[in-house]
Design a protein around this ligand. Structure first.
Ligand code: WQD
Length: 339
């Protein structure tokens, strides 16, 4: 069975392509290479031995989207990752984010809703919750006003999908709200490739560990948490990728799911920034250089998932630990720096 993965050469997309191929799906990737590189295709092939179909397309070109679905009219599911995802950049370039993240989603949904039966999985984020009132966070937690245009595009995206599913019985959709994806494939053939100075914690840690960065700045040591640093739910990207395959399989089974469902994807365990540093030190044998500095604008104190719904309805739960993820991130960093 053929599955379309948009943004399939990106961080989470590429790991999902591997897990789809591992389960015997035939994969077609669309990517515009704006935030990924074509070498990722070789990495995927090196892991699975199967080279996915690849179409270099920009989903902002509606004509190209229409022609794609005319050419590939036997697709049984779509996993839609293609989007811009840098929180800080979205504040500076809101219209680029609304065009790229919302406009392309509308074009995709216009095409898939024309098909007899289609299954659509949307890459969403726990950022829609903002600072939740209660922890762990369930899917019923209130959606808070977005802290950034990026976060707003995820909220709006979910609403567009929900409204589309209401009037298209032939469409079955799932939105997956990721907590903090980290790590890399254990083979070190694929992993995270941040462009420029990493905004996210784990790539900054590994680049500091390898000597590319002087030291890690820990943004804030005075939060209302046990050690004063922020808490997040760090989920191994391979566990996250497997959740997408299981979600697609549930949609294909057409069993007791409404045609629009939302799931939180996390480990259910919160870890502080200092605990993430301790994890790196454990798995690398190094002692990471860091300094606690002022808080970062827009950061929330703590977020970790209530995973009950994903465990019970999807039949999925994480199998890998923070140390597994950190070790894979460190192995990947050493591989790409050829050390
Ligand atoms: C984690 C913690 C920082 C860097 C964002 C997006 C979210 C998703 C994941 C796309 C925070 C601290 C970080 C550093 C630090 N992105 N930190 N020093 O902000 O939880 O989530 O990325 O889907 O939507 O909001 O992740 O990795 O940036 O930060 O102390 O150099 O690490 O303050 O507490 P975040 P992050």
């Amino acid at each position: 069975m053929k599955v379309l993965v948009t943004g399939g050469l990106g961080f989470i997309g590429s790991h999902t392509v591997v897990e789809l191929q591992n389960k015997g799906f035939e994969v077609v990737i669309i990517d515009n290479l704006s935030n990924s590189s074509i070498e990722v295709l070789d990495g995927i092939t090196a892991i699975t031995g199967v080279k996915p179909h690849f179409e270099k397309l920009d989903l902002k070109e509606k004509v190209d989207v229409v022609q794609f679905f005319e050419k590939y009219n036997d697709i049984v599911g779509v996993i839609h990752f293609a989007a811009s995802k840098a929180v800080g950049e979205s504040v500076k370039e809101p219209l680029m984010y609304y065009e790229n993240n919302i406009g392309t989603l509308v074009y995709m949904l216009q095409e898939v809703s024309k098909l007899d039966k289609q299954n659509f999985i949307f890459s969403s984020s726990c950022t829609v919750y903002g600072q939740a009132d209660e922890l762990p966070i369930t899917e019923n937690a209130p959606i808070k006003p977005a802290e950034s245009p990026y976060g707003n595009t995820k909220q709006i995206g979910e609403e567009i999908i929900r409204d589309t599913c209401k009037v298209n019985d032939n469409l079955s959709c799932i939105a997956l709200r990721y907590f903090n994806p980290i790590g890399a494939h254990p083979s070190a053939e694929i992993g995270e490739l941040p462009i420029g100075v990493p905004q996210n914690l784990v790539p900054y840690i590994t680049q500091t560990g390898i000597g590319m960065r002087e030291q890690l700045s820990v943004f804030g040591g005075d939060y209302e948490t046990p050690d004063g640093t922020c808490i997040r739910d760090y989920i191994h990207v391979v566990d996250l990728a497997k959740a997408h395959v299981i979600a697609l399989e549930r949609l294909l089974e057409e069993k007791n799911l409404s045609n629009y469902e939302v799931f939180n994807l996390g480990t259910g365990k919160g870890s502080s920034v200092l605990e993430a540093i301790e994890s790196f030190d454990r798995v690398s044998g190094k002692s990471l250089k860091y300094q606690i500095v002022g808080r970062r604008e827009g950061d929330i104190t703590a977020a970790y998932a209530d995973t009950t719904k994903a465990n019970d309805v999807l039949g999925w739960k994480t199998e890998l630990t923070l140390d597994d993820a950190m070790a894979s991130a460190w192995k990947w960093e050493q591989k790409i720096r050829n050390t």
